[in-house]
Design a binder for this molecule. Sequence first.
Ligand code: NAD
Length: 303
Amino acid sequence: MTKPIRRAGVIGAGVMGSGIAAHLANAGIEVLLLDIVPPNLTDAEKKDPAARSRFAAGGLEKALKARPAAFFHPSNARLVRTGNTEDHFAELAQCDLVIEAIIEKMEPKRALFARLEEVLRPDAVVASNTSGLRIEEMMQGRSADFRKRFLVMHFFNPVRYMKLLELVVGPDTDPAVVARVRKLGEDVLGKGLVFGKDTPNFVGNRIGTHAMLTAIHLMIEDGLAPEDVDAITGIAMAHPKSASFRTGDIVGLDTFAHVADNCYSALERDEDRDVFKVPAYIRKMIEAKLLGDKTKGGFYRKA
Ligand code: NAD
């Protein structure tokens, strides 16, 4: 019999972490949702617990209000406690599972796993929601024991609606850990599980990022508007809610660029990686904070 997951920690309360926390709570799991202490707090705010945990609280609030419908029933919000990674990290010791959903960069993720190794119970499972960083690299410096209970749980956005959960297992992941996560994913969270390989961007994003960048190149080179491309890749292709540029705005252009950059640098042959080169046009949008739905808009103005 696999041991059920009753308490989970989610680290990173952005688009994905808040959605994952909401989905877990909806399934009756207690969640501790942590984000960093916001930089640039005033001296008074530095002593204020609410201000120190503002990022996590804000992420949860966004998940509660998320469109097209609320991510989960507001009364389930009581199952989620919010906090920050300076004051509440030790509380992760009470969790059966911790899901990492922070920025898609190798170094911050590695630093976080090193901290988790210090505090977690020996039987706690650790998962990364990375879009495509390799397990082998994320686990550099971690013990054999930590590697046994680590795997990738790649949720898709929006977590509440997307049925797919891509699981990627490392060479050292314990089959009992996989069985535990599989039960959670299928029986408790209602996801359809697919196993990917530990390759750059796995399957979901190797294809998804390629398709998105192809749409961007077509828009720029052929002088098309996002609406023109979306009219073809959306309803006409039976994807009413996931046309190319609509999806880009939901994902977030900063995250999208990190995912594409990581894939570009992980692939060795020019013919494999050239399509993952992010155009200057997208870098300018990111500089202008046109990141998509999480800001004032991206390809589309926020509704
Ligand atoms: P996001 O930018 O919306 O949120 C990231 C959050 O992590 C922010 O709130 C940030 O303050 C926090 N953070 C950054 N460094 C931290 C640290 N060291 N400790 C704690 N919190 C930290 O990003 P997102 O879109 O939610 O992506 C999170 C992860 O999920 C990434 O690995 C991304 O590749 C992956 N992912 C994203 C999508 C998507 O559609 N956006 C889909 C699947 C997977």
